[in-house]
Design a protein around this ligand. Structure first.
Ligand code: MN9
Length: 308
């Protein structure tokens, strides 16, 4: 049973990486350990099986298993949103129903991908999924899947069940405008880690992203600083985080995130091909570079970086 209303979901939510072992199979033990580690850090919820969760490299059964395992481990301590986007409505509906059964608090989906769809098609996609479950839908606007225009975002908000958006476009003024035009109950999660401060300053309720797996401490402090109105402090945390992020983005960042967590006992394993993995030699180089970035930028209080 879902436990949290969408309006209760705010703060810092990792787009949880999915843990695979050396042979590429889902690794339940690593996954549970990572969830416990992140809960210990104080994250405010989880976003499962999204792009960062490598969902598009997984079978529906595997995605369902991840959802079962993580909702079981989380056990209602924080809210869980499950990304159910898939190549067909039929699959997305199947995943949405399973997420609801597993106790997810909300679902989310990219718009239909690969082919070019009309606005009516996109509307129909979200309507079909929303009609199949009773938990709310967070639509997902992300360049990788093709951005949804402002007018369509507003139209989609009229579907019963659509309660908010994960907004990963860079046009953050739309966050403010959506809040004004759709009301404060329309929940907005800012989705670009590099611009978390901006998204929150423009009115987002929370942030969902990849790097909250690896350096959650900086974003938890950033979130608190924005809420306290201390924008200079928030900017400093964003600057520190971005020094790490921009380096990682050039070095197979999914693998950097997963393997660097091993330095704090939360090793998250390997990525699924064609996403590349770091071998031990490359990881050693990354480690040296991150140490330098930590020291040059005066970054403290980040476990993964403190460990090197
Ligand atoms: O929404 C993520 N976007 C994608 C979340 O996965 C496409 C972000 O967290 C980015 O990975 C991050 C790095 O560019 O901002």
């Amino acid at each position: 049973m879902s436990k949290y209303a969408l309006s209760d979901i705010k703060g810092v939510l990792p787009a949880l990486v999915t843990c695979f072992d050396e042979s590429g199979e889902f690794d339940e033990g690593r996954q549970r350990a990572l969830v416990r580690w992140l809960l210990g850090k104080g994250v405010d919820g989880f976003y499962l099986t999204g792009s960062t969760g490598e969902s598009f490299m997984m079978t529906p059964a595997e995605r369902e298993r991840v959802v079962e395992v993580v909702t079981d481990e989380v056990a209602g301590k924080v809210p869980v949103i499950v990304h159910v986007g898939a190549i067909s409505t039929k699959l997305s509906v199947q995943l949405a129903r399973q997420a609801e059964r597993a106790g997810a608090d909300a679902i989310s989906s990219v718009p239909p991908i690969y082919w070019k769809y009309s606005n009516d098609d996109v509307y129909g996609y979200y309507k079909d999924i929303c009609d199949s479950v009773s938990i709310p839908m967070v639509i997902y606007n992300v360049p990788l899947a093709g951005l949804v225009g402002y007018d369509l975002i507003k139209r989609l908000s009229g579907i019963e069940g659509v309660g908010g958006i994960k907004y990963t476009a860079s046009t953050h003024y739309e966050i403010m405008r959506l809040k004004e035009e759709l009301g404060k109950d329309y929940v907005i999660f800012s989705g670009a880690d590099e611009m978390a401060m901006s998204g929150l300053s423009f009115g987002a309720d929370g942030i969902i992203g990849s790097f909250y797996n690896m350096i959650p401490e900086l974003f938890i402090k950033l979130y608190a600083a924005v809420r306290a109105g201390d924008l200079p402090a928030a900017a400093e945390f964003q600057r520190q985080a971005n020094a790490v992020i921009f380096y990682c983005l050039d070095h197979h960042y999914f693998s950097v995130m997963k393997r660097s967590l091993g330095w704090v006992g939360a090793d998250s394993g390997w990525c699924r091909k064609p996403i590349a993995n770091l071998d031990d030699a490359a990881l050693a180089e990354v480690k040296a570079a991150l140490r330098r970035i930590r020291d040059e930028n005066g970054i403290t209080g980040v476990a993964v970086l403190d460990a090197i």
